[in-house]
Design a protein around this ligand. Sequence first.
Ligand code: NYM
Length: 264
Amino acid sequence: KKNSSESRGALIVLEGLDRSGKTSQSTRLHSFLDGLGYSVESWRFPDRNTGVGQMISSYLANESQLDDRAIHLLFSANRWEKRRLSDKFAAFASSQAERAASRRASILQIQEELLGFGDDEIIGFLKRLDSHVKGEWAMKAAGISLMETKLRTGKTLIVDRYSYSGVAFSSAKGLDIEWCKAPEMGLLAPDLKAAERGGYGGERYEQLEFQRKVAKSYQTLRDSSWKTIDACCPVEDVEMQIREVVSDCVVTCEKGKSLSQLWS
Ligand code: NYM
């Protein structure tokens, strides 16, 4: 109940076929929101910088072969691994949450101790504890994901591909859609899903026939909460369409909107 009235950043996901212009649109959107004074961070999946991400990258470049289900699970694992806070912070957060809950330490004291961490996002997050002196929120804080921490500290995340890509691309290969959705369960659900129509391009998946199948899979996943952007028009027009839907979304999240999980 408390969470629903809390101001936070928005989780914005851009989806679409290969070469639909998502990446350049994410950059443009980032600058737009930044210019409006929002605190923004851009993410993308697959995140090729992690160990799992490197396996994915070599698969996509046709440098390695993997079973369809195995690569599906790697894409999913790549999203789960990004949930993780550092061990050091997780341990700290849980001990502090306990202290705050049992009133052994004031929030002020805890904030003070946090300064040693040097990561201002984490500091920002725990600073918010003074409006939740009861400590129950702090308890929760100990177990929350990196993504949720960012959102609750007011950061808006623009994510270039997410679980929908995972399901759309794998089910386009013939895997059962429900099987594809299962490992994504429990990841945060986006506040805005914008799907771009149009475009395809030289990595593994970039053949026209396959892209058609992916488009069909996206269709299956799409419901009324998705915003469809026509990506065939000039980039500036696409940009304007995106700005419009995103502006509404960030305002709603600013006013306070509860977070939910996939597949709700
Ligand atoms: N892809 C991407 C998947 O098959 N499953 C996923 O979960 C994700 C996130 O990877 N053709 C596919 C879609 C793309 C390819 O993505 C690489 P990008 O955005 O080109 O880096």
